[in-house]
Design a protein around this ligand. Structure first.
Ligand code: SF4
Length: 338
C-alpha cells in the first residue's frame, strides 16, 4: 500500500483543444538499444541475428552514452536476440535485460523490452521495471512454419501462451504481424482473430504492429503499388477485426511517405517508436517527426507524441512506474501545448 509520502496524483490524460481525436496519429520518441544480436533461433527472414559467440554485446557504458546522446527520447526500446530457456547463459542474459531497464529508468526514460518468450517469473520481473512489453505474434500457417523451422521460440502455441501470460499478469502489451513472407490472406485473418480473442479476454493489447517484411542491404526496395494495395486491404480488415481500442501501428520508414495518408485512412493510427535509424531495417531511413508531421497535417492529420505505455494503461502500472509515466506524460503534453 502507498504511504502518505508516496501518494501518486491520479493520472489525467489531458487533451488539446481543437484536435479531433479521430484524426490523431501517435508516435513515441524512442531510442533503441540492442543488448545482443546473438540469438539461438534462426528465422530465415532475419537480417538482425548473429551466431552466438560471434558478436560483442552492448555494454552498460555504451548504452549510457547512447541514451545521453538522445535526451528527448522518453522510450528506450530494448530489442534483443534470445538465449534458449535451458541454457546456462540464460540467467546472465536476463540479468542484463534488467540492468538495461534500470539504466533507462535512472536516466528518466521508460524501457519497453522485446526479447522473445519469457518465463512467468521473468516476465513479472521485467514488468516491475518496464511499463509495457512486446512480442510479435509474427504469423501462422505453412509459410511461417517453413521460415521458423530452426526457431523454437516462434511456435504459435508458445507465442499465444506468452500473450495470455501477459494478460493474466496485467501487463500492457504490444504485438504484431510480419507481413509479406508468403503467408495467405486467410492466415493473416486468422492471426488477427487470435489477437482479437486475446484482447476480448484480457484487454491488455495496446497496439498491433502491421509490419511489412522488406529485403535489407543492397536488395532494399520500397513497397510497390500492388504490395501497398494488398496491405491497405489488410489494414482495413485489421480495423474491422480488432477491438477499436487497440491501435494499429505501421513503421513509417517501410511505407512510401507520399501514400502514408492512405494507410491512415484505412485504419493506421500509430507510427510507433521513432529513433534516428531502424536497427532491423537499416536500409530504410526513418523520416523525422517534423517531416511526418508536416506531411500529415497537409492531409488533415495531427501527429502527437506518446509514451511507450499508452495513456489508458497508465492507471494499470505499479506505483513507481505510474509515477514516472504520469510525470513524463505531463512533460510530453506540455511540449505539444508550448
Ligand atoms: S528470434 Fe528474432 S533475432 Fe532471433 S532469428 Fe528470429 S527474428 Fe532474428
Amino acid at each position: 500500500m502507498d504511504s502518505v509520502l508516496t501518494v501518486i496524483p491520479p493520472f489525467r490524460p489531458g487533451q488539446e483543444p481543437d484536435v479531433d481525436p479521430s484524426r490523431l496519429v501517435r508516435w513515441s520518441p524512442s531510442v533503441t538499444l540492442v543488448p545482443s544480436r546473438s540469438c539461438f533461433n534462426a528465422c530465415e527472414y532475419c537480417g538482425f541475428r548473429r551466431d552466438p559467440g560471434s558478436t560483442t554485446d552492448l555494454t552498460l557504458a555504451g548504452a549510457r552514452r547512447s541514451l545521453r546522446r538522445r535526451p528527448d527520447s522518453t522510450e528506450v526500446l530494448l530489442l534483443s536476440g534470445e538465449v534458449a530457456p535451458a541454457s546456462p547463459q540464460r540467467v546472465g542474459w536476463f540479468s542484463r535485460l534488467l540492468a538495461f531497464s534500470r539504466l533507462a529508468l535512472s536516466l528518466g526514460r521508460l524501457p519497453h523490452t522485446n526479447a522473445g518468450p519469457l518465463s512467468r517469473r521473468e516476465m513479472a520481473a521485467l514488468a516491475r521495471l518496464n511499463p509495457s512489453l512486446g512480442l510479435m505474434l509474427e504469423g501462422l500457417g505453412p509459410a511461417y512454419e517453413r521460415l521458423h523451422k530452426a526457431a523454437p521460440s516462434k511456435r504459435l502455441a508458445l507465442r499465444l501462451g506468452q500473450l495470455e501470460q501477459a494478460g493474466r499478469l496485467g501487463i500492457p502489451f504490444t504485438s504484431g504481424l510480419l507481413l509479406g513472407v508468403g503467408e495467405s490472406r486467410s492466415d493473416r485473418l486468422r492471426a488477427l482473430e487470435l489477437l482479437a480473442a486475446l484482447q476480448k479476454q484480457w484487454g491488455h493489447l495496446q497496439e498491433v504492429i502491421l509490419q511489412p517484411w522488406r529485403p535489407d542491404g543492397a536488395q532494399a526496395v520500397p513497397l510497390g503499388s500492388a504490395e501497398q494495395q494488398d496491405l491497405l486491404e489488410l489494414i482495413e480488415a485489421a480495423r474491422r477485426i480488432l477491438p477499436a481500442e487497440v491501435t494499429l501501428q505501421l513503421p513509417p520508414n517501410l511505407w512510401p511517405l507520399e501514400s502514408l495518408p492512405q494507410a491512415l485512412e484505412a485504419g493506421i493510427n500509430d507510427l510507433g517508436g521513432l529513433d534516428s535509424h531502424d536497427v532491423i531495417n537499416a536500409a530504410y531511413p526513418q523520416p523525422s517527426p517534423r517531416e511526418l508531421s508536416g506531411r500529415l497535417e497537409l492531409a488533415g492529420w495531427a501527429l502527437r507524441p506518446r509514451l511507450c505505455v499508452h495513456d489508458r494503461f497508465i492507471p494499470w502500472l505499479p506505483p513507481d512506474l505510474r509515477r514516472r509515466a504520469t510525470s513524463l506524460h505531463a512533460r510530453l503534453l506540455a511540449s505539444v501545448l508550448a
